[in-house]
Design a protein around this ligand. Structure first.
Ligand code: C2E
Length: 280
């Protein structure tokens, strides 16, 4: 028994070492790519829709970044930290805003989307605190003649907790500009409900893990968040909804909107436009 246990432990250990070195290899390959100078044509935005639970109407579209290397679209968790370490991620986040606004304008011109559907863009902690964030957003909105209220910034709770005073000031300026503010991955961090009282939040995005890992255990938390949000007039969107059972549950607890594979996976714009056409 003990020999078997040792053997198991060793196998597990070597898998870990393998994963570690595999990870390091990918990291240095990506770093080499960045050293050569990032080719922006390798970046791409994927889009994923969210629907209202009550009417199944399109309420929001999230832009999700992909890096296409050797024909394969890599996921953010594989490359964002390399870009952050390299120092080029702020420039890339500017590109994301520009590209998202350009695309939103194109959908409007093609009459594929209504004015009230928001376009959600993720904002990293360092971009949120970047001195030119507001100016940059204003420029892009003006360039494409878009109403600021159609742009939603998805900000992680941890970003707002880093420096509550500075965060309040920036959020105030963002509200003056007119963009919408969503708290991303809510329910998995410290999830202080006080944050909802202190900041002008338009939407909470419930983390997908709340619905994936033991949903019954998360139930009281989810209901508590929904009650608090409702009393403050904050919209609630559930992420990672993969099946009808999860959707029925959201309808029962009166969660406003949802996103997930049950509706559609994030996709390239041509595929996403076909989705939009099929829902018109
Ligand atoms: P997020 O903002 O929480 O985005 C939702 C993630 O959940 C996406 O992963 C999406 O593909 C995935 N997802 C959607 N529906 C389902 C589902 O039903 N089941 C499961 N298992 N997953 C689902 P993705 O595209 O890999 O992005 C991961 C994270 O990377 C995002 O999490 C966001 O934090 C970050 N990210 C993506 N694009 C950007 C960007 O342009 N800028 C910044 N700063 N961060 C980004």
């Amino acid at each position: 028994d003990s020999a078997m246990y040792q053997a198991k432990k060793m196998t597990r250990g070597s898998i870990k070492i393998y994963q570690h070195s595999h990870e390091q290899k990918r990291h240095s390959t990506l770093q080499n790519e960045l050293d050569k100078g990032l080719d922006y044509t390798e970046l791409e935005l994927f889009f994923q829709p969210s629907l209202s639970t009550s009417e199944q109407a399109l309420v929001s579209v999230e832009a999700l970044l992909r890096w296409r290397l050797n024909g394969k679209a890599m996921l953010p968790k594989q490359f964002i930290c390399v870009m952050e370490q390299d120092g080029c991620f702020t420039e890339i986040e500017r590109w994301v805003i520009h590209e998202a606004c350009r695309q939103r304008k194109a959908w409007l011109q093609k009459e594929l989307i209504n004015d009230d559907v928001t376009l959600a863009v993720n904002i990293s902690q360092s971009f949120f605190y970047h001195p030119s964030l507001i100016k940059m957003l204003r420029n892009e909105l003006n360039r494409f003649e878009l109403d600021a209220s159609m742009l939603e910034l998805d900000i992680k709770e941890s970003t707002l907790l880093l420096s509550s005073k500075r965060a309040s000031k920036i959020l105030k300026e963002l509200k003056e500009l007119g963009v919408k503010i969503a708290i991303d991955n809510f329910g998995m961090g410290v999830s202080s409900l006080a944050i909802l009282h202190h900041h002008p939040i338009d939407r909470i995005k419930l983390d997908k893990q709340l619905f994936h890992n033991n949903a019954t255990q998360s139930l009281p938390l989810i209901i508590g968040i929904i009650e608090a949000a409702r009393s403050l007039n904050i919209d609630i969107l559930a992420e990672g909804i993969e099946n009808k059972t999860m959707l029925d549950y959201l309808i029962k607890i009166k969660c406003d909107a949802y996103q997930g594979y049950l509706i559609a996976k994030p996709s390239r714009n041509d595929v996403f436009e076909s989705f939009l056409k099929s829902t018109v």
